[in-house]
Write a protein that binds this ligand. Sequence first.
Ligand code: ADP
Ligand code: ADP
Ligand code: ZN
Length: 213
Amino acid sequence: MKIVMLGAPGAGKGTQAKQIAKKFDIPHISTGDIFRANIKNNTELGKKAKEFMDQGMLVPDSLTLELIMDRFAQPDCENGYVLDGFPRTIPQAEALTKALAEKGENIDFAINVEVPDESIVRRMSGRRACLSCGATYHIKYNAPVKEGICDTCGSELVLREDDKPETVLKRLSVYHDQTQPLIDYYNREGVLREVDGTKDMNDVFQDILAILC
Ligand code: ADP
Ligand code: ADP
Ligand code: ZN
């Protein structure tokens, strides 16, 4: 099964994608996580991506596509995947459709997690991220057992640089300009499904399961 998660930054794509990946035993592929891992390891790609990410802008399509096509070539992608944060622009979506079509494949579902902008800024200020393993927490809605420490790997949790309110507003505007058009794109492809992302995270997951099963 091949799934694309759509939604504003902070809508809960990552939270839901992790659960979907576990349930269906497919990889969770987050371009944001891959970029952050590259930044942490100080790679050339990381250095280039950081300039854009810190400003709340998108990393250029060419760089993003190179990275994701490499990832798709890994053997664990054979049975599908859940994509979180990719595609984020129409050219990225077109490149994905084309790459899949060459193998006679297609995206099965694009799930749009809907959350109004007002709730996003509030959510993001409470998000805490583990840059070692990619786990995500919320100080109120999904707190780690021990404050500031990742349950999964024991690393220290951080407020991402780009989750500060000024940058979140910039990312929301980039989202509306460049990523929201993908909702229409996948609607035309006949694979769009919508869920209410303002519900409790477990309820959102149940709604997603009802779509996928
Ligand atoms: P969020 O989880 O808040 O939606 P991500 O972790 O997906 O954020 O992305 C963080 C940043 O990484 C984005 O603001 C952007 O700069 C960069 N990024 C991630 N995925 C892409 C992509 N597909 N195309 C361009 N830039 C991307
Ligand atoms: P995205 O990947 O779309 O940027 P995340 O999954 O990282 O979003 O979620 C953003 C923040 O909101 C995280 O701190 C997460 O724990 C929290 N969160 C996710 N889903 C919900 C929900 N349904 N209700 C409340 N908070 C949520
Ligand atoms: Zn961790």
